[in-house]
Design a protein around this ligand. Sequence first.
Ligand code: HPA
Ligand code: ZN
Length: 337
Amino acid sequence: MTEVTREFIEGLPKAELHLHIEGTLEPELKLRLAKRNHVDIGQSTIEEVRKSYQYDDLASFLAVYYPAMNVLQHEQDFYDLAFDYLRRAAANNIRHVEIFFDPQAHTSRGIAFDTVIKGLRRAVVDARALDVDAELIMCFLRDFSKESARKTLIEAMPYKDWILGIGLDSDEHNNPPLKFARQYEDAAAAGLHLTAHCDIDQKDSIEHIRQALEIMGVERLDHGTNIVEDPDLVDFVAKNGIGMTCCPLSNSFVSPVMKGDEIVELLGKGVKVCINSDDPAYFGGYVNDNYRALAKEYKLTREQVVQLARNSFEASWISDEKKALYQAQIDAYVAKH
Ligand code: HPA
Ligand code: ZN
């Protein structure tokens, strides 16, 4: 077995498909924006901000995560947030990224949809200069009403060309995917791709995964590793080429483990499972940190690591031509190292 080195992981071309832009708000930028916008976040040093990062499940994480977004007020703030992340993405050798954003987390506190998307879009366009191909996925907050999701989808329609797909995030407890069946149908009819969070170890995890896959027709599952409890569903995702976007470091914050056994099992069964950073400013690292932590803890082979990177492009929503191009880049990288 060839050892998987830090350098090998760092240089490997990758895609990132599970990344919440609001989760890239590093303490430094949070404090800078708080000052710039005169927002009192109750902390004034990096140490104080870091000390406030105490969570051990999804709900306690979200309770820290949403209030911090108050520092995001103007289009330029959203630009700065996204462009800072995209610079890090380039440094992680991420060639393609599909970025989640949560419009309702901002419109619900009086920030216009327009302000959010214009800032993010400008950063996405500027990322071309970094050689990062970036796209946006709009998520509905599942603990908000379906009427709010409906209103958000209507607001998004003038910007449809800037949005690649829709997703579903926030608190899953008693908020099944089916609550948004109608919005998913409308989004699909508008030509948008579909994905949904099925967070780990939730009440009704398997039922939520089943709804997302069999009723709502999602093309990917975000997290979703509880699927291993149901062999028929595993078979379904393997046969239908459904991508699964896993986030090992994030998992280790909201559960005792990274869910590496599940990731390895799915990889072995031919599922398009890939590695992502979720909310890197809150969960201890970016994509390369996630690959490294998983490879070390679960003693991954070089072949497994390469397959995870290949899957990240295969599960993405780029053209077949682009997929072939990125796979060729991986081939060349592997041949050289
Ligand atoms: N799950 C649900 N909601 C979220 C997440 C997540 O992983 N990250 C940011 N919002
Ligand atoms: Zn997530």
